[in-house]
Design a protein around this ligand. Structure first.
Ligand code: HEC
Ligand code: HEC
Ligand code: HEC
Ligand code: HEC
Ligand code: HEC
Ligand code: HEC
Ligand code: HEC
Length: 396
């Protein structure tokens, strides 16, 4: 991208020439304070070229009149950009076509901000070929190709100037809020499923799934997250995994004991989630007819997601930090204590549970009540199982 570096080498003289012409001068006159604010803190570490772009585009309220009453916002928040995953890449890495010698071109023809977004999102593919390939056959891309302009492109789920690794699933609900209730028509306890099964685990049927056992605070009823600046989980998990082949049940037990070493702190357990093994496969979204609805995909001995297991904590940036575990941890009596929040999946261990699940499903309405009782029966059975195998406890 040799040409793209033009932006970084523009001289102060050129910049100032541009400053005094065009719309922009008015903005500085109107919002001098805002201009200063845009130059503060995180954006300070940006290159001079980027700062010159922000000299104009850091101005809040800056916009282009597309005609017919339509406007395109031209404001870019410098601080957000600097903190984004692309901060170090610089503006020119996506705007290679902009040459400050001829910019801004008053004549640039943009018919609507939606069309501009769709066209601009193509720059992402230049560096993220895999995500692009996985997306090409997705239901959204298919609908877009058929003319459905509201179907999301890369930037609708990830943003354009403030992209962070934070999970993009939140955005699904933003557009599909109305569809959430529809799940309850066929899925018992849909709320629980939507909480512990990622959208793509069902809507990307061609992707590979896994069980992610995530640290959970049962008393506060929330996922535990790693404190900023105190990354202990990975260190402890690595130390516990003595042969570095994934945590086995005994190693997991030791890790949990270490995590819960302070009795004054609320006890942490593990709660299972069904997620994708590779995040990028989240782009293989199918139409709804092909989404997974077969209960046995998860609620069956030896089901596909249960062949791969990880232990995780939510990191400070919102992404899970994972450490591999052996799949046997799900069925081992040694894990009973720490897995008691994760009891209801036939894929784990209990045949009794499978039978009860079928009954509950057939029973329909009795599901919520049935499961409280079920939970207790299964808990008892597992405790018995645990006591019946003292040999496995050796050394714990
Ligand atoms: C002198 C002020 C100024 C500077 C410096 C400036 N821009 Fe602009 N930019 C504008 C104005 C004004 C427009 C709207 C032009 C129009 O009305 O068509 C614009 C439009 C844009 C657009 C909208 C689409 C287009 O191409 O017209 C993009 C993208 C853009 N600028 C990116 C950048 C980048 C990247 C830089 C730094 C390399 C930069 N600008 C530097 C004033 C500036
Ligand atoms: C990771 C790629 C990427 C980087 C880096 C990037 N942009 Fe953009 N930019 C985009 C995309 C994509 C759009 C279209 C935005 C949309 O869909 O609304 C865009 C749009 C714009 C626009 C038009 C107004 C708007 O927000 O839609 C301006 C102005 C602009 N960028 C300036 C900048 C400046 C200044 C920088 C550096 C501080 C920068 N961009 C860095 C991808 C990028
Ligand atoms: C010039 C190359 C380049 C372009 C163009 C680009 N990216 Fe990136 N992107 C990167 C790099 C490099 C990283 C890794 C940063 C890191 O790991 O900290 C990244 C990281 C990401 C991540 C975080 C991935 C993770 O680890 O979770 C997302 C999401 C992302 N980009 C989306 C986009 C989107 C959306 C666009 C288009 C608006 C885009 N990228 C355009 C280079 C690019
Ligand atoms: C419908 C919403 C949606 C669209 C559209 C979308 N993504 Fe994603 N993207 C996601 C989700 C969800 C994830 C997984 C996030 C997670 O699990 O951490 C993801 C993950 C990513 C990652 C990180 C992958 C990794 O290995 O960690 C990158 C990079 C990325 N997307 C880029 C893109 C690009 C480029 C496009 C456009 C071609 C795009 N995305 C379109 C939702 C979307
Ligand atoms: C920016 C808005 C937006 C976002 C974000 C978004 N979608 Fe969509 N999605 C749409 C639109 C629009 C359609 C087409 C709906 C229609 O045709 O009625 C669609 C269609 C779908 C369909 C197909 C429904 C059918 O009738 O077959 C599924 C499934 C879907 N989206 C799932 C997801 C998932 C999962 C995510 C998050 C990873 C997501 N969407 C993110 C806007 C969005
Ligand atoms: C347990 C699997 C599963 C999970 C988890 C799941 N879905 Fe679905 N979803 C389905 C199935 C199956 C259908 C098709 C139902 C039908 O045909 O009536 C569907 C239908 C949809 C539809 C179309 C609704 C309509 O209008 O008929 C959308 C949109 C959608 N889901 C989005 C999401 C989003 C967003 C998430 C995450 C918050 C999610 N789903 C989580 C299985 C799931
Ligand atoms: C993609 C995997 C997946 C699919 C498909 C799936 N489930 Fe689940 N189900 C789960 C997970 C994960 C849990 C939560 C386990 C836990 O937290 O202990 C769960 C929990 C349950 C529960 C217990 C809810 C409670 O009240 O505690 C019932 C009942 C259930 N599922 C029935 C079904 C039925 C019936 C279907 C098919 C219509 C189905 N599930 C499809 C993964 C799935």
């Amino acid at each position: 991208m040799a040409g793209s570096r033009n932006a970084n080498t523009i001289s102060a003289a050129v910049f100032h020439r541009h400053l005094v012409i065009g719309v922009v001068a008015t903005f500085f006159a109107l919002f001098p304070g805002k201009f200063m604010a845009a130059e503060a803190a995180p954006a300070d570490k940006l290159s001079d070229g980027d700062k010159s772009c922000l000299g104009c585009h850091g101005t809040e309220g800056m916009q282009k009149d597309l005609g017919g009453g339509k406007l395109l916002s031209l404001h870019v928040a410098g601080d957000d950009f600097a903190k984004s995953v692309h901060g170090a890449n610089g503006c020119a890495s996506c705007h290679a076509d902009i040459d400050l010698n001829s910019h801004p071109q008053k004549t640039k023809n943009i018919s609507s901000s939606r069309e501009y977004s769709i066209a601009m999102a193509k720059v992402c593919a230049g560096c993220h070929a895999e995500a692009q390939n996985e997306s090409e056959t997705s239901i959204h891309a298919t609908l877009l190709a058929k003319g459905k302009q509201s179907a999301p492109v890369c930037t609708d789920c990830h943003g354009s100037h403030s992209v962070t690794p934070k999970t993009a699933y939140d955005t699904c609900v933003g557009c599909h809020n109305a569809a959430m209730d529809a799940h309850a028509k066929w899925l018992p306890n849909a709320g629980l499923h939507l909480e512990v099964v990622s959208c793509a685990a069902c809507h990307a049927p061609t992707a590979q799934r896994m069980v992610d056992l995530r640290l959970y605070d049962g008393a506060a009823k929330k996922w535990v997250s790693e404190k900023e600046g105190l990354p202990q989980f990975e260190k402890w998990a690595r130390a516990a995994d003595t042969d570095a082949n994934g945590l086995d049940a005994l190693e997991l037990r030791k890790l949990m004991a270490q995590i819960n070493h302070d009795p004054a702190q609320p006890e942490k357990t593990l709660r299972g989630r069904i997620e994708l093994r590779t995040a990028v496969q989240a782009h293989q979204l199918s139409d709804k007819a092909n989404a997974i609805r077969d209960c046995a995909s998860c609620h069956r001995q030896g089901a596909e997601p249960f062949q791969n297991v990880s232990i995780s904590i939510v990191s400070a940036d919102g992404r899970p930090l994972r450490h591999k575990a052996q799949k046997e941890v799900l069925s081992s009596a040694l894990s009973v204590d720490s897995l008691r929040e994760f009891y209801a999946v036939g894929g784990t261990r209990s045949t009794l549970l499978d039978i009860l699940l079928v009954l509950a499903t057939l029973g329909g309405l009795s599901v919520p009540i049935g499961h409280q009782i079920l939970k207790r029966i299964v808990q008892k059975q597992l405790e018995r199982e645990a006591q019946a195998k003292p040999d496995e406890r050796g050394g714990a």
